[in-house]
Design a binder for this molecule. Structure first.
Ligand SMILES: [Zn+2]
Length: 215
């Protein structure tokens, strides 16, 4: 199956994609990761992208399409793709259909991890991690058993990401809506969109996604 996974930052998209990769052998094709990998590996497409980015330009749809094509070609026929960060325009959605069709594939589902904006703000703003081992905590939902001591490694230093604040979360939500607005109606019309509650427990979200994939 080939799917598009949609959801604003903090919805748990990365976590769920990692689970699909581990459990179903799917491959996450994230535009940003693919670009970085291609530039690092020095592939023809990577060299093109590097030149554009060095000049301060935006990587064109043609380059991104070529990049996705390269990555799809590197997959085995049985491996499904999880698209992340692409498409973001109706033209890119058409390009994706073509890229898949050229390889005997098709888009099977568009899964949107839905979040409640206020709850997301609370979730993101309260999170912190152990500075030593990276264990994740939350002011309200998951405090260390002994205050100020990491449950996992016993360290006493914690850190917070500077962009984990309310204004950033709300801006990210607005960007997310602006990015998905051009593509969702088209996919809705084709009956491909399924919505999953991204605010549920991680395992429950996985079960819901599995149910969609098993339809
Ligand atoms: Zn720790």
């Amino acid at each position: 199956m080939n799917i598009i996974l949609l959801g604003p930052p903090g919805a748990g998209k990365g976590t769920q994609a990692a689970r699909l990769e581990a459990e179903r052998g799917m491959v996450q094709l994230s535009t940003g990761d693919m670009l970085r990998a291609a530039v690092k590996a020095g592939t023809p497409v990577g060299a093109q992208a590097k030149a554009v980015m060095a000049a301060g330009g935006l990587v064109s749809d043609a380059i991104v399409s070529a990049l996705i094509g390269e990555n799809l070609d590197a997959m085995t026929a049985g491996q499904g793709a999880i698209f992340d960060g692409f498409p973001r325009t109706a033209a890119q959605a058409d390009a994706l259909d073509l890229l898949l069709a050229e390889r005997g594939r098709r888009l099977d589902r568009v899964i949107e991890l839905e979040v409640d904006e206020d709850a997301l703000v609370e979730r993101v703003v309260g999170r912190f991690t152990c500075a030593n081992c990276g264990a994740g905590y939350h002011d309200r939902f998951k405090r260390p058993v002994a205050d100020g001591t990491c449950d996992v490694c016993g360290a006493h230093e914690f850190k917070r990401r500077p962009d984990d604040n309310e204004a950033t979360v709300r801006t990210r939500m607005a960007v997310y809506r602006a990015e998905t607005a051009p593509i969702l109606p088209g996919y809705e019309a084709r009956g491909l969109v399924r919505r999953v509650d991204g605010m549920a427990e991680i395992a429950e979200v996985t079960v819901a996604i599995e149910a969609v994939l098993g339809e």
